[in-house]
Design a protein around this ligand. Sequence first.
Ligand SMILES: *[C@@H]1O[C@H](CO)[C@@H](O)[C@H](O)[C@H]1NC(C)=O
Ligand SMILES: *[C@@H]1O[C@H](CO)[C@@H](O)[C@H](O)[C@H]1NC(C)=O
Ligand SMILES: *[C@@H]1O[C@H](CO)[C@@H](O)[C@H](O)[C@H]1NC(C)=O
Length: 361
Amino acid sequence: MNIVVVVMVGVGLWGVIGGAEAEESPCYFIFGDSLADSGNNNQLESYAKANYLPYGIDFPLGPTGRFSNGNTYVDVVAQLLGLNGYIQAFSRASYRDIFYGVNYASAGAGIRDETGKHLGDHTSFRGQVRNHLRTVSYMLNILRDENRTAVYLNRCIYSFGLGSEDYLNNYFLPQLYPSSSQYTPEQYANFLIQQYAQFLQVLYNYGARKMVLFGVAPIGCSPYALAQNSPDGTTCVEGINSPIEIFNNGLRSLVDELNTQLADARFIYVNVSGIFQNIISNPLALGFRVINSGCCRVGWNYIIQYTCVPLQLPCSNRTEVLFWDAYHFSEAANTIIGGRAYNAASTSDAYPFDINRLTQI
Ligand SMILES: *[C@@H]1O[C@H](CO)[C@@H](O)[C@H](O)[C@H]1NC(C)=O
Ligand SMILES: *[C@@H]1O[C@H](CO)[C@@H](O)[C@H](O)[C@H]1NC(C)=O
Ligand SMILES: *[C@@H]1O[C@H](CO)[C@@H](O)[C@H](O)[C@H]1NC(C)=O
């Protein structure tokens, strides 16, 4: 949090808030992992970073820490929400920025605190929730009125993209994490969902009312999984995807449960795996020529094997690839995922409805 900006607050902030009050959802708070990180890990002692080329090669500001050639899915959602450009990373957010929302996402972050520990520092879901409580108290200090702060926070969109790391960098790494010998896939998914629900309840207590839960993508179809475990290099790895689908089904059930329990809040589930299946069942229809290898060169990058090797020239047809590195999506894919979360292209994309509708209630 940038303290220096506080002197400007008195002068300009009422303008920001006044303008934003006209919007349906004036702010967007983002919780997530590397698929949504916009630079929170840059200053941390971590192997999970993307603040070097070729990451960001198509991003207006170059490499920022985003794990993509350009926009992430949350950048796409932020643009569709009509917010003022990009949502600032928590590590760089000023007092003025927080009224548009904050991006707390951190590469390596899981629902479980232990997830991704071997990659170094990051801010887990728990830490991201804690950071949000700090944001709320900064906001309260500025607005000096609990009701006004609550009314403002009620109208924001809150999105969550967590769970991938609890599989990739926990459950499916038995050499480093014991979870797969302790829990069946059903038990593990239930355990994650319970923890997830507790964090959502805390955020609800701090004014969150419009929450978007992004499901986990079928990691078993990533170039990394294909190279390691696919029998033919193109068939998705079921042993990875089916435990993840159990989690996704649990997340969708959680949405039903919370919509009943917390009747003045609305939760929606984004069917990322459905959107993904939809893309790969007819990739050319959506302009994808390459779906099972990444665009940048990957290899051992310290202890990670699925991120881009620094400073290597990526493929030239970047708009035609589904994956940017061996695990993270290209901007082209993120445009479709974020776009369909916002404006569902079919009823199975978002449940019970899409973000566009969520902003209007
Ligand atoms: C906040 O709202 C509550 C309930 O509507 C009301 O009782 C209370 O007086 C309000 N507080 C302030 C500081 O306006
Ligand atoms: C997700 O989408 C797929 C494919 O469109 C569909 O078969 C599936 O039922 C959807 N899943 C959920 C949980 O909505
Ligand atoms: C696009 O890039 C991929 C990966 O570099 C390459 O294998 C493929 O041949 C390219 N396709 C076209 C149509 O240029």
